[in-house]
Design a protein around this ligand. Structure first.
Ligand SMILES: Nc1nc2c(c(=O)[nH]1)N[C@H]1C(S)=C(S)[C@@H](COP(=O)(O)O)O[C@H]1N2
Ligand SMILES: [Mo]
Length: 220
């Protein structure tokens, strides 16, 4: 066998391997068109498990126990129970989670209801500029309305094809993927629409009022 013949064989092998990778979608995340070199915010490291962080209280809620209510600068009272939630458009979301404690978890697949559907039902008044989100555990976190009125923010009830586990905020949690994960309230219960910003649980304890991971808005 000549040298030229050998190199032909090697090349063919490489091509076959790459063909197989393409078939398998190796290296594809299937979630985002964001440039991969900018995927990891500064100071974050990637983990493959899903850490549990809360105040040590994990409400045990059935679908029947769960409902989301509103108050403050909105058109009127509103109550979404599980049935109402299920009647909404169900959307699959793919995103990365960035926790202020420096872990990031890539490629989460969720099913939920876009927050824009909820906002359309709640009808915030022009004075509404900030939200206080409260959980069934007594937790609270504040968010600018503009950070919730986005098509990538949603009420999640399913994670990786399974009902969202109690320890991760099931049956329903908020997911705000573009901010640190402490803004994504688990066991979401109530939203107060406010005309001015107020600190939530961690924000009153030194965490940032907005929490943009790309700007490392961790504290202050
Ligand atoms: N209701 C409620 N939501 C919460 C919390 C909490 O204590 N209570 N902790 C926040 C924090 S600090 C983080 S990092 C994430 C953790 O979510 P996980 O436990 O699903 O990873 O939930 C956020 N949402
Ligand atoms: Mo956190």
């Amino acid at each position: 066998m000549s040298k030229a013949d050998q190199s032909d064989q090697i090349n063919e092998k490489l091509v076959r391997v790459k063909e197989q990778w393409a078939k398998e979608g190796r290296g594809l995340t299937g979630t985002s068109s964001a440039p991969t070199q900018n995927r990891r915010p500064p100071g974050q490291h990637v983990t493959t498990d899903f850490p549990i962080l809360d105040l040590g209280v994990q409400p045990n809620l059935t679908h029947k126990d769960w409902a989301l209510t509103v108050a403050g600068q909105v058109a009127g009272p509103l109550k979404w129970d599980w049935t109402t939630l299920m009647d909404q458009p169900q959307v699959t979301f793919g995103n990365d989670i960035h926790c202020v404690t420096t872990w990031s978890r890539y490629d989460n697949t969720w099913v939920g209801v876009p927050m824009r559907a909820f906002l359309a039902a709640a009808k915030p008044l022009p004075a509404a500029k900030y939200l206080m989100i409260k959980g069934f555990d007594g937790y609270a976190t504040n968010l600018p309305l503009v950070d919730v009125d986005r098509d990538d923010v949603f009420l999640a009830h399913t994670w990786q094809g399974k009902p969202l586990a109690r320890e991760h905020g099931g049956p329903v949690r908020l997911v705000v993927p573009h901010l640190y994960f402490w803004k994504s309230a688990k066991w979401i219960r109530h939203i107060t629409f406010m005309d001015r910003d107020q600190p939530g649980y961690w924000e009153a304890r030194g965490y940032h009022m907005r929490g943009n991971p790309w700007k490392e808005e961790r504290y202050g």
